[in-house]
Ligand binder design. Structure first.
Ligand SMILES: [Zn+2]
Ligand SMILES: [Zn+2]
Length: 252
């Protein structure tokens, strides 16, 4: 679930709003809170890990970690297996792959046109979105061609090592295969691979905390909430200073 949050606004002397600043918000659903709590705990287990900074907050980016129970990996939007250093596809292999991309582009364009005609899409700053569902459906039927020239160079999941950050699931509970992905930070388009009920999620988290020798879930959630509110207080202070500097009204 993603949401939009208002960060600040600029008012003129009469008090009329001139500009409003919006950014992606983060969701506080049970899945996202659990994953942020886990990030908070993992940062104590691996204090030197990669930390994201931004809208996601101090515990919103996940930590790269793996054991026999689970694995977690931030969404760095980057390849960590160096596909770009591999040679390009050649001959028949290149033809096949190029044809696949052309066909996919065609489906994208068709879905765009269809959405424009039936009014289901909206134009944002001159860009039309394509229908992701239609394209995904097409991709399921038309699998990306396997490389037959051992080149592997396109930026496509099949071309990466399974350990690459770009293609690894953001969160995976190994015994059950339950997986959660997010975009950039936890709480932004948090997507589980299947529905899960609260009890199952809690016992999964208990099992995970035990596997990294951390406190019980209740204690861990309390510790996370305490750390998060201290962090948010510090952020509000910084926002106030920045707002005073830019003469912007700080968000409440
Ligand atoms: Zn890669
Ligand atoms: Zn190839």
């Amino acid at each position: 679930m993603s949401e939009v949050r208002k960060f600040a606004e600029v008012k003129d002397q009469s008090g009329q709003t001139l500009i409003e600043f919006f950014g992606p918000g983060r969701s506080n659903d049970g899945l996202s809170v659990g994953l942020r709590m886990l990030t908070h705990q993992l940062l104590q287990v691996v204090p030197k890990s990669h930390r994201g900074i931004g809208f996601g907050g101090a515990y919103g980016y996940g930590v790269e970690f793996e054991n026999e129970i689970f694995s977690m990996c931030p969404d760095a939007q980057d390849c960590t297996c160096a596909w770009d250093r591999r040679p390009p596809h050649k001959g028949k292999c290149k033809k096949q792959i190029d044809a696949w991309f052309r066909a996919r582009k065609k489906i994208e364009e068709e879905s765009k046109q269809k959405q424009k005609t039936d009014g289901s899409a909206t134009e944002i700053l001159g860009f039309w979105s394509f229908d992701l569902k239609a394209v995904t459906k097409w991709e399921k039927k038309n699998r990306y061609p396997k490389c037959i020239c051992s080149a592997r160079h396109w930026k496509h999941p099949e071309e990466h090592e399974p350990t690459c950050w770009l293609v690894r699931p953001r969160f995976l509970h190994k015994p059950s295969g339950f997986q959660v992905d997010w975009y950039k930070y936890i709480g932004r388009e948090t997507k589980p691979n299947r529905q899960i009920n609260g009890n199952d999620w809690c016992s999964m988290l208990e099992e995970i905390l035990k596997s990294i020798k951390r406190p019980k879930l209740k204690t861990a959630i309390k510790a996370y909430q305490k750390a998060e509110s201290a962090e948010q207080k510090a952020c509000r202070e910084t926002a106030k200073l920045a707002a005073a500097f830019w003469n912007i009204r700080a968000p409440g």
